[in-house]
Design a protein around this ligand. Structure first.
Ligand code: USQ
Length: 385
């Protein structure tokens, strides 16, 4: 398969590129280093150093013989994206090229504007590049479970059948996101759905929960191939943050009461899910939505798991409930369906005690690089009083 990965420098984009190249696909990556730049500007750099894309591709090539074509540039620039499409002629595009941080998107006007412009322009340009240069290309778009919010009913897989005044119809499941970042993903889905209906695009929207983990098969060969592992308040997702906090003896930062429940998945399962989606493209004129996670936990349950395993390893892991910087429900109903990817063959890597212990051991190797100033939340969801 000839595959173009937009956002190929990211936490998920880079491991995906290596995984696909190792499996013999013809892999192209494009990235404008937005996350690296924001990380530098906000003092939120990753725990391990990550060489740039050209260097990573060279290291990967030297170790495996696999080739990854690198384009450093912005896919919100339509001319450049068109050029890449003409050269690459992708059969599948994996779209990760979004500003992925909810806290960053809530920092102020400039950050909200950048998130909005980048995410919507990238998706809009991708749609047009496909229509103009590769109309049979399958778009695999990374959405987020956060699009649904935390409704007081079961979350279905993308769609909801509604009966109203004796008649029935099927609609996109209602979306009510809790950050501007998550809202851009709601808008992405609407854009894609519009072009699927009117222009016959083929799209898979992967509604992904928070991802955790450090290693993929390829990065085990050389630490310079590790994904960018963040533990800061801007780019760090909650499990990765708790792992680093446990190693650094910083009390685990539960925001508020800790009843916030989400669907989580191991980075290795993201790779499987994206590959499953790529290998079973949908027909033209179809939007397939899959909820991409393997297990549900509350933040409190996660903290207790990390504490239990960490203490058994001789760490001194404390837990602290801190004032919640976000506006979100801290106790709520949550039951999200996720059968599609399992039916397609996903073999989950669950968050067992062994998996947590392995991740803690890996983080512990980088303990001296942990900057404790990056841990406390710096962004508050401002509310009008
Ligand atoms: N949380 C804590 N303590 C922390 C950090 C987070 O209690 O130190 C809580 C948050 O308040 C939230 C939950 O943990 O209730 C998850 O937060 P997160 O930062 O791990 O995840 P989130 O901001 O929702 O975003 C992350 C990724 C985003 C992806 C999303 C999937 O950054 O790109 O789309 O996970 S989901 O959450 O399902 O929407």
């Amino acid at each position: 398969m000839r595959v173009l990965i937009l956002g190929g420098d990211g936490y998920l984009g880079w491991p995906t590129a290596m995984d696909f190249a190792a499996k013999g696909h013809d892999v192209w990556v494009m990235d404008n280093y937005m996350r690296r730049n924001i990380a530098r500007e906000t003092c939120s750099e990753a725990l391990m150093p990550n060489p740039n894309l050209h260097d990573r591709a060279e290291i990967f090539h030297a170790l495996t013989g696999g080739k990854i074509h690198v384009v450093v540039g912005n896919c919100a620039d339509y001319r450049l994206l068109s050029k890449v499409f003409v050269e690459c002629q992708p059969e599948t595009v994996i779209h990760y090229a979004e500003q992925p941080s909810a806290p960053y998107s809530m920092r102020g006007f400039d950050e909200a504007r950048l998130t909005f412009n980048n995410n919507l322009n990238a998706t809009f340009n991708l749609i047009w590049a496909v229509m103009e240069h590769a109309p049979s290309c399958h778009i695999v778009k990374l959405g987020t479970m956060g699009e649904y919010g935390t409704p007081n009913i079961d979350i279905e897989e993308g769609w909801l059948e509604v009966e109203h005044n004796g008649r029935k119809d099927k609609f996109l499941f209602p979306r009510q996101a809790g950050s501007l970042y998550h809202t851009t993903k709601v808008l992405d889905t609407d854009l894609l759905w519009f072009y699927v209906r009117t222009h016959g695009l083929r799209v898979t929207d992967l509604m992904q929960g928070p991802v955790y983990g450090l290693a993929s098969e390829q990065s085990e060969m050389d630490e310079r191939l590790l994904p960018n592992f963040h533990y800061d308040d801007i780019f760090g997702t909650v499990v990765n943050r708790f792992l680093v906090q446990a190693v650094a003896s910083v009390p685990l930062t539960i925001y508020g009461k800790g009843g916030q429940t989400r669907g989580y998945l191991n980075l290795k399962d993201t790779l499987q899910c994206v590959e499953l989606a790529m290998n079973t493209p949908v027909e033209p004129g179809k939007l397939r939505i899959l909820n991409q996670f393997t297990e549900q936990f509350s933040v409190k349950q996660l903290a207790e798991k990390v504490q239990r395993v960490g203490n058994a390893m001789g760490l001194n892991v404390q837990i602290k409930n801190i004032d919640n910087p976000r506006k979100e429900l801290e106790e709520h109903y949550y039951n999200a369906k996720h059968y599609g990817l399992l039916e397609m063959g996903l073999k989950p890597h669950y968050m067992t005690e062994e998996v947590i212990a392995e991740m803690l051991e890996m983080v512990a190797r980088y303990k001296s690089g942990i900057d404790r100033n990056k841990i406390e939340p710096r962004v508050r969801w401002k509310q009008q009083s």
